[in-house]
Design a binder for this molecule. Structure first.
Ligand code: SF4
Ligand code: SF4
Ligand SMILES: [Zn+2]
Length: 270
C-alpha cells in the first residue's frame, strides 16, 4: 500500500492510495469520517437564555461548532478515571455571557484551555435583541463521528477509482472527444488525441468522450477508452478545521491497524 499526496493544504488534501483494494479504500474513508476523535460540546448548562431560541436549540447549535482538537493531556470520557463524571482530563469547559443587541458568535465562547477553542470566531449562534441575554457554561468532550456527526472531523471525504484513459491507434484526431470532455483534459497533438500533462486525475469517468467518438462515425468501437484502475484510488478530503488533514489520515490508519491487531489477537486466543 502506498500514499502519494497531490495537495496537502491546511484544511484539505487530495491523495492517491495505490496497491490497495476497494474494501480497504472504503474502510479508510469510513475510519476517517467516523472513528477519529475530535472535541465537540456535549453538555450545556443554561444560566440565562432570553433569546428567541429554546435552550435545546441553543445547545444543539453549540454542539455543531467545530473545535480545534489536540489530544495531548486528554482522554475520552468513557475511559477516563473519573468514570464519566467529567474532569479536566476528559472535558474542556467553555463559558459565555452575552447581552444584546448583537449577534452571539462562536468567538464569545471562552475556553479554559486556549488551544481547545472554536475553529473560527465568526460562526453565528443566535441574534439577541436589546435586553436579551445568554449566559451558559458548556463542556466539550472527545468522541467520534460514529456517535454523532458533530464529532466528525471531515466535511468532505470521498474517493474515486483512478481513471485510466487509453487511445487506440485508429484515432484520426478529429477532436470530437476534446469538445465533449467537460473537464477539458483532452487535446489533439500531432494528429492524435492525448491527455494533457498531469490532468488524468481530473477525469470524472463520465465517458462522454467515448460517446462523442462513436457519434463521429468511427465504427462500432470508440478509439478512446475510459477504465478504472481497481487498485488505485484518488481521495479528496476536507477537514472541518478541528484536525489537520494529515492527522485525520494518520488517525484513520491507526484505527484500522488497531482493529486488525485486535482481530489477530482474538484469533490467536481461539
Ligand atoms: S470520461 Fe469524461 S472527463 Fe474523462 S476524459 Fe472522457 S469526457 Fe473527459
Ligand atoms: S473522437 Fe475518437 S477519433 Fe476523434 S480524436 Fe477523439 S478518440 Fe480520436
Ligand atoms: Zn474525566
Amino acid at each position: 500500500m502506498k500514499l502519494e499526496f497531490k495537495d496537502l493544504l491546511i484544511d484539505q488534501t487530495r491523495f492517491i492510495l495505490s496497491d490497495s483494494s476497494p474494501a480497504f479504500a472504503n474502510s479508510l474513508r469510513r475510519a476517517m469520517t467516523s472513528e477519529v476523535l475530535t472535541f465537540a460540546i456535549e453538555d450545556v448548562r443554561v444560566y440565562d437564555n432570553s433569546s428567541a431560541l429554546f435552550d435545546e436549540m441553543l445547545a444543539h447549535r453549540l454542539g455543531l461548532i467545530p473545535i480545534v482538537t489536540e489530544y495531548a493531556g486528554y482522554t475520552p470520557r468513557d475511559v477516563c478515571s473519573c468514570d464519566g463524571a467529567g474532569c479536566s482530563q476528559c472535558s474542556v469547559t467553555f463559558t459565555m455571557s452575552v447581552e444584546g443587541p448583537r449577534m452571539v458568535a462562536s468567538g464569545d465562547l471562552i475556553s479554559q484551555d486556549p488551544v481547545i477553542k472554536p475553529v473560527s470566531d465568526d460562526i453565528p449562534i443566535v441574534k439577541l435583541e436589546s435586553g436579551q441575554k445568554v449566559v451558559i457554561e458548556a463542556r466539550a468532550i472527545l468522541n467520534a463521528g460514529n456517535e454523532h456527526v458533530k464529532w466528525q472531523p471531515t466535511t468532505i471525504c470521498g474517493y474515486k477509482n483512478y481513471p485510466v484513459i487509453r487511445i487506440d491507434d485508429n484515432c484520426d484526431g478529429c477532436g470530437h472527444c476534446v469538445e465533449a470532455c467537460p473537464k477539458g483534459i483532452l487535446a489533439v497533438v500531432d494528429g492524435t488525441v492525448c491527455v494533457k500533462d498531469g490532468m488524468d486525475t481530473e477525469c470524472s469517468l463520465c465517458r462522454l468522450c467515448e460517446q462523442a467518438c462513436l457519434n463521429s462515425g468511427i465504427g462500432e468501437k470508440p478509439a478512446i477508452h475510459i477504465d478504472m484502475d481497481p487498485k488505485r484510488f484518488l481521495f479528496t478530503m476536507e477537514s472541518c478545521g478541528s484536525l489537520p488533514p494529515a492527522t485525520i489520515i494518520k488517525e484513520g490508519l491507526q484505527f484500522l491497524k488497531n482493529q486488525s491487531d485486535n482481530l489477530l489477537e482474538t484469533l490467536e486466543d481461539l
